[in-house]
Design a protein around this ligand. Structure first.
Ligand code: CMP
Length: 159
């Protein structure tokens, strides 16, 4: 059996305001990932400071906090085979100009400041970010996704 991994994903305020929630979620569902937690929320300056603590002091930090608090985000926990690396690959390079065509940032965004989506970049950030946005009881893993069996765990499905 192949072990699952969890990662944190957020559709940022520009993605929500532009009506891209469905299109972005569709990519992860179509890939076969399982969404085990999701909510629409307004990021407060305190929450933004926690999430982006590694960027504190950088020249773009204040703009980043103003932007992420400028409207609601959709926060998610996405689960699947090597989900952290795989989701980052689907999201694409931070700068949408340099992101490969076909990635979410290349297809849905133009500039680094408003790049539509965030995804954890390592096992440590995934654990940290999931804990910032979700209580353990808000994560629902006690259901069977048909896709998880046929996309990466065929042994379990008996295929
Ligand atoms: P994200 O993946 O959410 O992580 C930190 C965010 O800061 C990043 O996406 C960008 O939106 C933003 N960011 C990173 N580097 C820069 C930069 N050089 N200039 C402006 N914004 C940046």
């Amino acid at each position: 059996m192949i072990s699952e991994e969890r990662t944190f994903v957020a559709i940022k305020p520009d993605g929500v305001k532009r009506g891209l929630i469905g299109k972005i979620i569709d990519r992860f569902e179509t890939k076969g990932f399982k969404i085990v937690a999701m909510k629409l929320l307004q990021v407060t300056p305190e929450l933004a400071a926690k999430h982006y603590e590694e960027h504190q002091g950088k020249p773009f930090y204040n703009r980043l906090v103003n932007y992420i608090t400028s409207g609601p985000i959709v926060a998610m926990v996405v689960e699947g085979y090597r989900a952290i690396e795989s989701v980052r690959h689907m999201v694409g390079c931070t700068d949408p100009v340099k992101a490969d065509v076909g990635t979410i940032r290349a297809d849905f965004a133009q500039v680094m400041e408003y790049n539509a989506i965030h995804a954890s970049d390592s096992t440590e950030s995934a654990a940290r970010e999931i804990a910032i946005y979700f209580k353990p009881e808000e994560i629902y893993d006690n259901w069977q996704s048909m896709l998880e069996m046929i996309t990466y765990d065929q042994e379990r499905s008996g295929v």
